[in-house]
Write a protein that binds this ligand. Structure first.
Ligand code: FES
Ligand SMILES: [Fe+2]
Length: 357
């Protein structure tokens, strides 16, 4: 099948000049449901980028762990005695059982629930009970598969690629944009999750443009100067500027980092959203809201509700789009040079990642 793949992703500048000179097109509809494409994405996108999996507070004490399964890779992070976070694939080296099955918990030793193999906090195999006297048993080669772990703004990120860039470099201009626009001190407000019947890219597409704001988000539209809404692509992501209208200070700065991490930062607070693929046709949205220090939980609820109203509107349209992407009538559509430069850049990054297969 010809997927319209390109070799080498265009830079944000090249994307901008291409949008000025020609009509550009969205990726093929089949990419939003094809299991083969999803399998390629798992290995060529989600195995190579930093993925947010939760918050540092979930593993604040030594011995506490947090499991996750980003894009179907079961992993866990564990707080060591010295306070560092170590991360591993959640897979026993014997016959692949999951070592940890709860979302969070505390362990003073990692014992596989299947046949009892024990590992230390650094992932080394300590004991394979009742295994018998196997000749040349390569105990030291049977450590858990390590992954990388880092944290930013209270969020835990993992990277399955041991050789990729550092988290700070990967975040790029997004980190300074948050530092400049978010309240100086924030505290955790709450997490909220939704499962939506659509491909993860369908939801990213929606996030990556303000074109739909007037019709889909009437409340948000009242609060921002939509004609001045603009998306600025940077290497691997985009920043969205939506200047506030009149006295409103609700809109702020939106940002996205390929593949699935986003934020909204404004004077009243800071929220993060990640779109976790659960398969080719299903995505979990995970929001983490932070309120400015000193603002009460009750007072922040209005800001939270505002964010949820916008989210619900997006959650309504994306499954409707998904149904049509799967129906086999629509192949691909043109992208607006004024409003969908962020969508196009996202599609180019996907095309480029899959071209390496
Ligand atoms: S699968 Fe873990 S001990 Fe057998
Ligand atoms: Fe939206």
């Amino acid at each position: 099948m010809d997927h319209g793949k390109v070799q080498g992703c265009a830079t944000p500048d090249e994307i901008a000049s291409r949008l000025e000179t020609t009509t550009v097109w969205a990726m093929p509809a089949s990419w939003y449901w094809d299991p083969e494409i999803y399998a390629e994405e798992r290995h060529h996108i989600f195995s190579r980028h930093w993925l947010c999996i939760g918050r540092e507070q979930m593993v604040s004490q030594p011995g506490q762990y947090l499991t996750a399964s980003p894009a179907g890779f079961p992993i866990f992070v564990l707080r060591g005695e010295d306070g560092t976070l170590n991360g591993f694939h959640n897979v026993c080296r014997h016959r692949a059982a999951k070592l940890l099955t709860a979302r969070t918990g505390s362990s003073n030793g990692l014992t596989c629930p299947y046949h009892g193999w024990r590992y230390d906090a650094e992932g080394g195999l300590k004991h394979a009970p009742f295994f018998g006297e196997a000749r040349d048993f390569p105990k030291h080669e049977l450590s858990l598969f390590a992954i990388r772990v880092d944290a930013w703004r209270g969020l835990i990120f993992v990277n399955l690629d041991l050789a990729g860039s550092e988290l700070e470099d990967w975040l790029g201009p997004l980190a300074s944009a948050v530092a400049e626009t978010a309240p100086a001190e924030v505290e955790f407000h709450r997490d909220v999750e939704f499962e939506i019947a659509c491909n993860w890219k369908n939801y990213v597409d929606n996030y990556q443009e303000g074109y739909h704001i007037p019709l889909l988000h009437p409340g948000l539209h009242r609060d921002l100067q939509w004609k001045r809404y603009r998306v600025i692509n940077f290497d691997g992501g985009s920043l969205h500027e939506g200047p506030a209208r009149g006295t409103s200070s609700h809109p702020g700065l939106f940002g996205w980092r390929f593949p699935n991490f986003t934020f909204v930062s404004y004077p009243q607070g800071l929220s993060f959203l990640r779109m976790e693929p659960l398969g080719p046709r299903r995505v979990r949205l995970v929001y983490s809201f932070f309120r400015p220090a000193g603002v009460s939980e009750q007072d922040f609820e209005e800001t939270f509700d505002y964010g949820m109203e916008v989210s619900k509107e997006d959650q309504w349209i994306t499954p409707l789009v998904q149904e049509n992407l799967e129906a086999g009538v629509y192949e691909k559509g043109p992208l607006s040079p004024r409003h969908e430069n962020g969508v196009y850049y996202f599609h180019e990054l996907v095309r480029d990642a899959l071209a390496s297969t």
